[in-house]
Design a protein around this ligand. Structure first.
Ligand SMILES: [Zn+2]
Ligand SMILES: [Zn+2]
Length: 340
């Protein structure tokens, strides 16, 4: 089969790779649509602990073409989404059910072969039937599962006002679910107007254009919208400058959730007195565990709607273009269709 293969950071080729035989409990998935995400850019330069040779791609949906020994409940032709996480099940955290913190956790597309290939071998236990769900919807199941986990962590109280910074794919999904999840109002602030417009078309109440280099204008707009701050602020850009600027927009007694991925070495400075005096809660949300079933339900019901989110599509041989597209100003979400 054809696959994107990295043998070292920064260098990949689309090349012929042998299909290995399936082991017990595995299925072979023909990849139909695979999301490209910021993680793939980090992997491209060798960040996030890749294991080589690496075929990236962790947002995978496709069709089962072969069922391994001992697999029940699946047959060739079944359409599935693939939960890319692999837990050891025996570490201290797994034994407590905290799979997201597995001390030996790995992932398809990071340490094991992922979706930017014609086929991916997957544990049947991590394949989720999607029936006749559209491929565009299937492409955002994994990010939706991460959002579902974020909402579990956030534990929104009905009637709260919410500010989301960032307008990328996960911010779009987040905003759709927060709009429907009981928030009294949802405001999105981000540097790209067309992405704000997509969010607005899905029900966000207010949008504010951010200038990453000068928050003067956006700060006064946000202040006008919520003079006492927002009950909940979800920072989904990972940009230190935005995070550093956002605390004054959290209402006293409110919550700041760090959802965006900053670089590992990034730091911000905060005034502990402000956290103390204003009783601000700071939460984090990372990836997901067992969020796929609910994510698929949200996409199936249409409560998460992919319309307007996927802006760029590529074939497997165009993987370099797909990576480059992530930096294009007109790109919201790029996908690779490895077998189209
Ligand atoms: Zn991703
Ligand atoms: Zn573990």
């Amino acid at each position: 089969m054809r696959a994107v293969v990295y043998k070292k950071p920064g260098h990949f080729a689309v090349e012929e790779v042998a299909d290995r035989p399936l082991r017990a409990g595995e299925v072979r998935v023909k990849n139909l649509i695979v999301g490209v995400c910021g993680t793939d850019q980090h992997l491209h330069v060798g960040e996030f602990g890749p294991r080589y040779p690496l075929t990236p791609g962790h947002e995978i949906a496709g069709e089962i073409v072969e069922v391994g020994p001992g697999v029940a409940g699946f047959a060739a032709g079944d359409r599935v989404a693939v939960d890319n996480t692999i837990y050891c099940t025996h570490c201290e955290n797994c034994k407590r059910g905290d799979f997201n913190f597995c001390q030996n956790g790995i992932a398809l597309g990071v340490q094991e072969s992922g979706g930017f290939a014609e086929h991916t071998i997957v544990a049947a236990a991590k394949a989720y039937p999607i029936g006749d769900l559209s491929l565009d919807a299937a492409a955002i199941i994994e990010p939706t599962a991460c959002v579902v986990h974020g909402l579990d962590v956030l534990d929104l109280t009905p009637g709260q006002s919410v500010l989301i910074t960032g307008a990328g794919p996960t911010s779009q999904i987040l905003s759709q679910l927060v709009v429907q999840g009981g928030a009294s109002s949802v405001t999105m602030a981000a540097p790209t107007q067309f992405k704000l417009d997509v969010a607005k078309s899905h029900g966000v109440n207010n949008t504010v254009l951010l200038d990453r280099n000068d928050f003067t204008a956006s700060n006064s707009e946000l202040h006008a919208l919520a003079p006492h701050g927002f009950d909940v602020v979800i920072e989904a850009t990972g940009a230190v400058g935005i995070l550093q600027n956002i605390l004054p927009h959290v209402r006293s007694g409110g919550t700041l959730m760090i959802y965006g991925m900053a670089s590992e070495s990034a730091q911000i400075s905060i005034h502990p007195y402000e956290i103390f005096r204003r009783e601000i809660t700071i939460k984090g949300s990372f990836a997901q565990s067992y969020g796929f079933a609910r994510a698929i339900d949200f996409l199936r019901s249409g409560k998460v709607d992919p319309t307007g989110i996927i802006t760029h599509r590529f074939g497997l041989e165009e993987y370099g273009d797909a990576l480059a597209a992530l930096r294009a100003p007109d790109c919201l979400k790029a996908v690779v269709e490895p077998t189209a």
